[in-house]
Design a protein around this ligand. Structure first.
Ligand SMILES: *Cc1c(COP(=O)(O)O)cnc(C)c1O
Length: 410
């Protein structure tokens, strides 16, 4: 008799986005003429930068000729891409990394999901509340948690509330934690972490022999010169932090797929005997065993992100989203809403008016404005009383949505 991994039974079946979909479909069935605008989904809408398209056309042509055809590439990624990453994402910010510290993949979702495999089952996991659900659900699947309680939080996990009071950057935990997931610029709150705030976490990890899993998928949205793009801009971070990057939100690769993870060679975790073990070879072993490399065509497109034309084009696209964010922020502000984020991030974290619950405001917005948001409570209890708006809509849809916001009767 085949048994199941019972840890999966602890997960409440993917509730948030299916429930949003259900309510939107139901509304559209009742109101077939309604023009519903989504400010809910974290997906880009602008097409790929032309430099990436050109690079892909060239790569496709190479694949068509015997002399230039490429089969399996290195599992860790092609040198042409890794060199561009080292030069443009790190060296330019004063961070020296080696080629074999970069692992190219087909997504930061899988990387942030898979990284826990190289760590022991008895690690205490700390996540922020609200949180990107991937970090927590994958630890549930791996058996690092107890069952979920009434508020949806899992036993044995340390949840660190992110609130307006702490600027949505968590305070250090009171109890010892081993694996710490941080994401800045943050999804869903749109908050950023300053150098001093990250320094506190790096120092905590150094003192406690913990590892920080730093998701920097939105670093390209940082416009403020004081905000670090990489955790390695913090002294000591290479000893304690793994960083995740993605071309999804930087260059519109959500449908194309390419990302990378940085595992510094000096980063250690510990065997039961307390012996320090290098984590980089463990991740290399895992990556090369379970993954056969991102497609050559995707990697060719990713390398084009770093060409001078590619950089300019990515900047233009990101500026479209940041302009949306800025418009949403100022419009809602002038309508009397309390709004966080949306400055160095494509997300806005909006306090619901009149103490409505996240879902009550979701329904009100859908019914009165035909605008879809994401209820903050879906990301954790600290998200109750907030909704997330994304700035990824086409500018004309964004303007239309704001116009409708102004007509809401509360
Ligand atoms: C979108 C997103 C990613 C990127 O995921 P990909 O698999 O690379 O598309 C990673 N982390 C967070 C928090 C995200 O919102």
């Amino acid at each position: 008799m085949a048994s199941v991994n019972e840890n999966f039974l602890k997960l409440s079946a993917g509730y948030l986005f299916p429930e949003i979909g259900r309510r939107v479909r139901e509304y559209k069935t009742r109101n077939p003429k309604a023009d519903v605008i989504s400010m809910g989904i974290g997906d880009v809408t602008q097409p790929l930068p032309p430099a990436c398209i050109e690079a892909m056309h060239a790569a496709v042509d190479q694949m068509s000729r015997p002399e230039t055809f490429r089969g399996y590439g290195p599992e860790q990624g092609y040198d042409f891409l890794i060199d561009a990453i080292l030069e443009n994402d790190y060296k330019s910010r004063g961070v020296q990394l080696h080629k074999d510290e970069i692992f190219v993949s087909d997504g930061a979702k899988c990387d942030t999901a898979n990284i826990q495999e190289v760590f022991g089952a008895d690690n205490v996991v700390a996540v922020t509340d609200p949180v990107y659900p991937v970090y927590i659900d994958t630890n549930v699947m791996a058996g690092r948690t107890g069952p979920a309680g009434k508020n949806g939080q899992f036993e044995q996990v340390v949840y660190m509330p992110c609130t307006a009071e702490n600027n949505f950057v968590p305070d250090l935990p009171k109890q010892h934690v081993d694996l710490i997931y941080l994401c800045y610029p943050n999804n869903p709150t749109g908050a950023v972490a300053a150098k001093e705030q990250l320094k506190k976490w790096v120092d905590y990890a150094l003192q406690n022999k913990s590892v920080i899993l730093f998701d920097a998928a939105y670093e390209a949205y940082i416009t403020d010169a004081e905000i670090p793009h990489s955790i390695y801009e913090i002294e000591g971070a290479k000893d304690v932090a793994i960083e995740f990057r993605s071309f999804s939100k930087t260059a519109g690769f959500t449908g194309l797929r390419c990302a990378f993870t940085v595992v510094p060679k000096q980063l250690k975790a510990y065997a039961k005997s307390s012996r320090a073990v290098d984590v980089n070879p463990l991740w290399l072993r895992r990556h090369t065993t379970k993954f056969n490399g991102a497609s050559y065509i995707s990697q060719a497109a990713a390398a084009a992100v770093y060409s001078s034309a590619g950089k300019k084009q990515c900047r233009q696209i990101i500026d479209i989203y940041l302009n949306n964010a800025s418009r949403i922020r100022s419009s809602l502000h002038s309508l009397g809403y309390t709004v966080f984020g949306g400055v160095n991030a494509p997300y806005l974290w909006v306090k619901t008016p009149n103490n409505l619950s996240s879902w009550q405001f979701f329904d009100l917005l859908l019914n009165q404005a035909n605008v879809v948001c994401t209820p903050g409570s879906g990301f954790g209890p600290a998200g109750e009383g907030f909704v997330r708006l994304t700035a990824f809509a086409k500018p004309e849809n964004c303007l239309q949505a704001l116009y409708r916001f102004a007509k809401i009767r509360l």
